[in-house]
Design a protein around this ligand. Structure first.
Ligand SMILES: [Zn+2]
Length: 478
C-alpha cells in the first residue's frame, strides 16, 4: 500500500503499476556541460530512494535515465547560446569531448553516493532517429509549424497543455516565462527541431543531423518524450525530475507525447524539491556551486551527504551548510558504530516469540514510513528507535536475537544504502581524521593543551578515540 505524491493531482495517491508488479520509471538526467552540483545530486538520491523503496515493497523496476549531450540552450526558452558549445569554447575541447567527460564524472558521482545505476542510460545523440520519428508524427497530426529558425509545437492544438503545471496562460507574459519570438503563433510554443545556422553566417555546428526539415538539431524537450516511449511504452508508471521541470520541460514533454500518441504519457509525476544554501537555490548562476568533489576534498565521505539528504522529506527544501553536513557525518558514524556492536554480538539459533513480536512491530512501522510518500526522516527514526530498544534490552538479548536484529538492519539498509553491513577496517581511518590526529600531536608537543583537547573532541565526533601511550598517541575507531 505505497502512496506517492502525484503532481498531476497535487495529492498522495495509492501507487499501483500498470502491469502487475513491474514498474516503468523514467528520470530526467543531467545535461553534461558542467559538473553536477550537490543540489542536482539530491534529486538523484531521491530517485534512488524511490527505486529502493519500490523494490522493498516487492516491485520490479525498469529504470531509464537520459543524458542530455546535445546542444541545450542557455535559457529555458529556445533562444540563447548552446551550453555545450559555451563549455567547449571555455575548455578548448570539442563538444563531444565535453559531453563524454562530464558524463563520466556524473556516473562517478552516482556511484560514490551509492546510487544504483539505471537499467538503461540513453544519450540524446544516440536517439536522433526516434526524435525525428516523433516530430514527423506530430507534424502529421497537425501539431507543428515552421518558422525561420525551426519547427515548432503549436500549443493551441493540445487542450491539456496547462494541466500539469496548472498554468493560467492568460497570466503568462511573453518574455517572462518564455521568450518573445515574433514568428511564433503563441508565446509558449516551443522548438521541436532547430535549424543549423546558414552557411552565410560562417558558424558551423559540430553537432548537427539531417532531417526531413533540413540540417539541424533537436529542441531540448523532445528527447525525453522520444526515449521514454521508446524504452517504456506509453503510458508508463512514473516520471521523475526536479520541481523546476514542472512548468516548462515536463509540460512540454506531456504535450509532445500525448498529442502524438493520444494517450497519457505517465501515470505518476513525482518531483523533488531544491537544496538551498544561504536562502537561495543552489546553482551556477547563484554563485554557490558545491560539487561532490568539494565535499570529498573537505574530508567527508560521499555517504555523509547521502545521509544528510535523509534529514528532509524529498518534497521539502533542504538547507545545506557545512555544519549540518558535519552533524550528518557524526550521526552516520554513530549509526555505524551501533550496528558494528550488534554485528559483534550476533549469533545464530532460536529467537523467542516475544522478541519476534517486538521486531514485527518495528517492521510494520518501517514499512508504513516508507509507504507514506517515501518519508525518509520517519523511516530513519524507526531505525534509531529500533536501536534504542535493542540497547534497552541488551541484558536479556541472546546472540541469536542479536543476529536476528542485525539481519533486519541489513535488510533495511537495502533502502538507506549506507553500507552498514560492510566490515570497517580499523586501519581505514579517513585522511581528514589523520590530519586532525597529527595536528593534535603537534599541539601537545607545543604544550597547547586547549587546542589539543579541542582536536581530540573533533576526532571523537568523527568516531575515533585517541589514547596517549608511552610510545606516543594512538588512534582507534570507537
Ligand atoms: Zn526530461
Amino acid at each position: 500500500m505505497l502512496k506517492l505524491y502525484n503532481t498531476l493531482s497535487r495529492s498522495k495517491k495509492l501507487f499501483r503499476p500498470i502491469k502487475g508488479k513491474n514498474v516503468g520509471l523514467y528520470s530526467c538526467g543531467p545535461t553534461v556541460y558542467n559538473y553536477a552540483h550537490i543540489g542536482n545530486l539530491r534529486t538523484y538520491v531521491f530517485v534512488d530512494i524511490l527505486k529502493k523503496i519500490l523494490a522493498y515493497h516487492g516491485y520490479k523496476i525498469r529504470h531509464v535515465m537520459n543524458i542530455t549531450d546535445v546542444g541545450h540552450l542557455t535559457s529555458d526558452a529556445d533562444i540563447g547560446e548552446d551550453k555545450l558549445l559555451l563549455a567547449a569554447l571555455r575548455e578548448k575541447r570539442s563538444v563531444w569531448d565535453i559531453a563524454s567527460y562530464y558524463t563520466d564524472v556524473f556516473k562517478k558521482n552516482i556511484s560514490d553516493l551509492h546510487i544504483a545505476s539505471p537499467d538503461i542510460w540513453c544519450k540524446a545523440t544516440d536517439h536522433i532517429p526516434q526524435q525525428i520519428e516523433l516530430i514527423k508524427k506530430l507534424e502529421k497530426g497537425g501539431h507543428t509549424y515552421r518558422i525561420s529558425d525551426g519547427i515548432y509545437f503549436d500549443t493551441a492544438t493540445f487542450k491539456n497543455y496547462t494541466t500539469l503545471a496548472r498554468l493560467k496562460l492568460s497570466d503568462q507574459k511573453a518574455g517572462a516565462r518564455v521568450e518573445e519570438n515574433k514568428e511564433k503563433r503563441n508565446p509558449w510554443d516551443f522548438a521541436l527541431w532547430k535549424f543549423s545556422p546558414t552557411l552565410e553566417s560562417g558558424v558551423k555546428r559540430e553537432m548537427e543531423w539531417e532531417s526531413p526539415w533540413g540540417v539541424g538539431f533537436p529542441g531540448w524537450h523532445i528527447e525525453c518524450s522520444a526515449m521514454s516511449t521508446f524504452y517504456l511504452g506509453q503510458p508508463f508508471d512514473i516520471h521523475t525530475g526536479g520541481i523546476d521541470h514542472i512548468s516548462i520541460h515536463h509540460t512540454n514533454e506531456i504535450a509532445q507525447s500525448e498529442a502524438a500518441y493520444k494517450k497519457q504519457m505517465a501515470r505518476f509525476w513525482v518531483h523533488a524539491e531544491f537544496l538551498v544554501i544561504d536562502n537561495a537555490r543552489m546553482g551556477k548562476s547563484e554563485g554557490n556551486f558545491i560539487t561532490l568533489q568539494h565535499i570529498i576534498d573537505r574530508g567527508f565521505d560521499p555517504l555523509d551527504y547521502r545521509f544528510f539528504c535523509f534529514s528532509a522529506h524529498y518534497r521539502s527544501q533542504l538547507t545545506f551548510s557545512w555544519d549540518a553536513l558535519a552533524s550528518a557525518r557524526e550521526g552516520r558514524l554513530h549509526l555505524e558504530s551501533q550496528v558494528a556492536h550488534i554485528s559483534k554480538e550476533a549469533g545464530t539459533g532460536a529467537v523467542s516469540s516475544g522478541m519476534r513480536a517486538l521486531f514485527g512491530v518495528y517492521e510494520k512501522k518501517f514499512l508504513a514510513a516508507t509507504a507514506d510518500d517515501l518519508n525518509m526522516p520517519k523511516t530513519l527514526s524507526v531505525l534509531f528507535s529500533f536501536l534504542t530498544r535493542i540497547n534497552k534490552s541488551k541484558k536479556e538479548m541472546t546472540p541469536a536475537e542479536y543476529g536476528y536484529a542485525y539481519k533486519k538492519i541489513l535488510a533495511w539498509d537495502a533502502i538507506f544504502g549506507l553500507r552498514l553491513g560492510e566490515e570497517k577496517s580499523e586501519q581505514k581511518i579517513p585522511k581528514y581524521v589523520m590530519q586532525l590526529f597529527h595536528q593534535r600531536t603537534e599541539a601537545r608537543k607545543q604544550k597547547k593543551w586547549k587546542h589539543a583537547d579541542a582536536l581530540r573532541i573533533e576526532i571523537q565526533r568523527a568516531g575515533f578515540s585517541v589514547e596517549d601511550t608511552q610510545e606516543g598517541p594512538t588512534i582507534t575507531r570507537i
